[in-house]
Write a protein that binds this ligand. Structure first.
Ligand code: KG4
Ligand code: ZN
Length: 341
């Protein structure tokens, strides 16, 4: 019988400290410590994030191993996020992973965070079936907005990406304008459910076929709110649900327009979404519509694998482990890393 492969994944690229143990592609544990400290600042404060990772990393890893009901001596390898992300945050996970791999004398595997968001589709308990190659993945998070053509686990090509803000930032900055705490994306989603998406109109950006731009939309929303508030100081309170629904509707329309262009260009109709914003209920609804009416087959991750998590790092580590694609102990964290690197 084949010996099971146990991979410990460690994620610390931004403001979530996470550790996960998987057995082959089955998740045994996926522990995530969120950092509440940032909400009052309206965004992630890098210095506070790295300090919180320092405090969280040991208990989070310990819990992940305990929950998986294995001992650390049974681990086959340790996978960690090398980048992209905040340098101070990445350093905590990288240093910890290196030391543990050295101590346990097992392989160390570096993982590209953006590849991991895409490869979260290979966790075997995902809602949908696994996407066949080639497929397109719309990676939408707080730091990235990309359409990626995936021809193999580690063969990816960026077809289009944002030229300024990421879509998650568009959600979070709009929420900030409305006085909502960080991260505002999930709150906009929540309030949008109670509002009219056609109540207000925001102009969609004009950029290249497959590229995105969100900074103009954010400014448009700011000016619109300021103008309305001059007429009625209670405008936001009185219209919060309609404003959220209209913002979300516009953002999701922008994403869907670009996906349609990408399908037209590539003729690939297997469409996956990944990253924090793939938790959004409106994009999920629009993809269901596309399944029915455009003949697409869509792949949507389970909620816990949309925002940053270590299970996606572990599964990517597993796929690299099978190829014996290990890292040298001298590997360093990289704040900037393309999805193709
Ligand atoms: O992937 P992620 O956890 O971190 C990055 O790698 O950036 O993504 C976080 C982003 C945040 O901008 C957050 O507001 C957004 O995902 N997000 C959402 C929703 N849930 C999380 N945006 C819209 N609707 C949601 N339901
Ligand atoms: Zn992420």
């Amino acid at each position: 019988m084949k010996k099971p492969i146990y991979i410990l994944g460690i994620e610390s690229s931004c403001d979530d400290t996470s550790a996960s143990v998987i057995c082959d592609t089955k998740v045994l544990s996926n522990v995530i410590a969120n950092q509440e400290v940032h909400s009052k600042y309206g965004g992630v404060v890098p210095e506070l994030a790295s300090r919180a990772h320092q405090q969280n990393i040991v208990p989070v890893v310990q819990q992940a191993i305990e929950k998986a009901n294995i001992t650390k001596e049974e681990l086959s390898a340790i996978a960690f996020t090398r980048g992209p992300g905040l340098m101070g945050s990445l350093l905590v996970g990288t240093s910890f992973a290196k030391s543990l791999a050295l101590g346990l004398k097992i392989p160390l595997i570096e993982v590209n965070h953006m590849q991991a968001h895409i490869l979260s589709h290979f966790i075997d308990e995902n809602l949908n079936k696994t996407p066949p190659f080639p497929f397109l993945c719309l990676t939408i998070s707080g730091g990235h907005t990309q359409i990626v053509k995936v021809t193999d686990h580690f063969e990816m090509e960026v077809l289009g990406e944002t030229i300024d803000d990421a879509v998650g930032e568009a959600f979070d900055k709009s929420a900030k304008i409305l006085g909502l705490p960080y991260p505002g994306g999930p709150l906009i989603d929540k309030y949008a459910k109670l509002g009219n998406p056609k109540a207000f109109r925001f102009t969609k950006p004009k950029v290249g076929d497959l590229d995105f731009s969100f900074s103009g939309l954010k400014t448009g929303i700011l000016y619109f709110i300021q103008k309305q508030q001059r007429k009625n100081s209670r405008f936001i309170e009185e219209n919060l649900h309609d404003i959220c629904a209209s913002i979300q509707f516009t953002i999701v329309e922008i994403l869907m327009d670009k996906l349609k262009n990408a399908v037209k260009h590539t003729n690939i109709k297997h469409i996956a979404i990944a990253g924090g914003v793939s938790a959004n209920s409106e994009i999920r609804k629009k993809l269901q519509f596309a399944e029915k009416h455009f003949g697409w087959t869509t792949y949507v991750p389970k909620f816990e694998y949309t925002t940053d998590n270590a299970a996606m790092i572990a599964v990517t580590g597993y796929l690299k482990y099978l190829k014996k694609d290990y890292s040298d102990i001298t590997v360093t964290a990289q704040a900037r890393l393309k999805v193709t690197q």
